[in-house]
Design a protein around this ligand. Structure first.
Ligand code: NAD
Length: 394
């Protein structure tokens, strides 16, 4: 193995999992959202080369502390793919009990966040916000990626690029699975279970099915849909709403429907992809996990103790900050001017996919190598190994 990556004791410079770098964010600010009874924050974990980036989360329960954690995870994701950009995250908590007033709320958010956007803090989409919301905020802020100095010159609008690249995070997760299966010497079609059939879950399902694997179960918020012969991914996608709920009234007769909360955990499979909410696999549920490979398509899909226990009990774990970086990496490549300028959309898309696939595949290999050579926290060690420019930008 690469000597620079050899685990030197169990705590690398990066410290405990997910704690690399200073413990507090560089900037954490509250936005004034009058006249809306909403709270909003922007947290910048760190700026690197004058840039930071992350999504805007809109949930009833989002807190500044949660955002600090997510901004740090963004710093890690970007460092792991080698992008010279710091992590950030924004959050909007609408007033409890009152309907969310869109687009007014996003407009106000854009106006309040304008100095940060223009100062190099890119705020995209995250849980609870859509491309349309992002567009409203950018317009209110007078912000356009196309005019950012040093960014890649695009031949299409930001919106059109993202409509085309909507599957990119799921694509990256699928690439990670394919690479890990290949590295494990697996050459036959595998049985895949996917918890979460939203933007990420659907894209993972499609890409893995396209490579001949069998999606034997998918779960949404209402339960699990299973067919050990393989689910018809395209047909299932057609009867799924944009929020990722499958229409039970239009399912093929061949499928089994489980309404119990965690039936996806008990389906016989080779690969379990988690693409729903955080902490889907906890310490107490580890013994129930059947699939030998567990993939964190969502953020923090496994709790930290669960991730460690899974590895100790022989599962291959592909961690979130390594595999679900597709959307962030594509944005970062454009913001930092790493993607070539002036390419027509299909060529830009192909360039971004190849760039992302190469880095995710390599990082998955390194995580596995570190685990095999005794690291209990391969991500922390990998971050330490990538530390030179990453630390310099603090
Ligand atoms: N969309 C992206 O580009 C992106 C990028 C990085 C990380 N993520 C993370 O990936 C995860 C999924 O994101 P998404 O954009 O696909 O979300 P989404 O809202 O489009 O879909 C979420 C899916 O999970 C299902 N779900 C929710 N709770 C569930 C439960 N308890 N059991 C089973 N299914 C449940 C929903 O029904 C839906 O099918 C989130 O953690 C998100 O933060 C997304």
């Amino acid at each position: 193995m690469n000597q620079a990556l050899a685990p030197a004791g169990q705590a690398g410079q990066a410290g405990q999992a997910g704690q690399a770098g200073p413990t507090r964010p560089m900037l954490s600010t509250t936005l004034r959202m009058e006249p809306y009874e909403a709270q909003a924050w922007v947290v910048v974990d760190r700026m690197v080369g004058g840039l930071a980036m992350g999504g805007t989360r809109m949930t009833a329960t989002v807190t500044e502390q949660e955002l600090a954690h997510l901004a740090r995870a963004m710093t890690h994701k970007l460092a792991l793919v080698g992008l010279p950009i710091g992590g950030a995250k924004a959050g909007i908590a609408p007033a409890p009990g009152s309907p969310v007033q869109r687009p007014e709320l996003m407009r106000e958010f854009g106006r309040a966040a304008a100095p940060l956007l223009h100062g190099g803090v890119y705020l995209g989409c995250d849980q609870g916000t859509t491309y349309a919301d992002r567009q409203v905020a950018f317009e209110a802020a007078g912000y356009d990626v196309a005019h950012r100095q040093g960014a890649t010159r695009l031949t299409v609008g930001w919106d059109e690029l993202w409509t085309h690249m909507a599957d990119i995070t799921g694509y990256g997760v699928a690439v990670a699975v394919l690479g890990a299966l290949h590295a494990a010497g697996t050459r036959t079609p595998q049985r895949i279970v996917i918890q979460g059939f939203g933007t990420v879950g659907r894209a993972v399902a499609r890409h893995l099915a396209d490579h001949g694997h069998r999606v034997v179960a998918v779960a949404d918020i209402r339960g699990t849909i299973e067919d050990q012969h393989g689910l018809p991914v395209d047909a299932l996608t057609e009867i799924t709403s944009s929020d990722g709920t499958v229409d039970r009234t239009r399912l093929p007769a061949t499928v089994r429907v489980h309404s119990s909360g965690q039936a996806w955990l008990h389906v016989d499979a080779d690969v379990l992809v988690l693409a729903a909410s955080a902490s889907a696999v906890r310490e107490d549920t580890v013994p129930e996990v059947r699939a030998p490979m567990v993939v964190e398509g969502g953020n923090m899909s496994c709790t930290e103790p669960a991730r460690r226990l899974l590895r100790e009990s022989g599962h291959i774990v592909l961690p979130d900050v390594v595999v679900n970086v597709g959307g962030a990496a594509a944005t970062g490549c454009v913001l930092a001017g790493i993607a070539p300028s002036g390419l027509p959309l299909p060529r830009l898309s192909a360039w971004l996919r190849a760039w992302i696939a190469a880095r995710i595949t390599r990082n998955c290999e390194l995580v596995q190598e570190l685990h095999t050579s005794g690291s209990t926290d391969p991500v922390a060690h990998l971050l330490t190994a990538k530390g030179a420019w990453y630390s310099a930008g603090r």
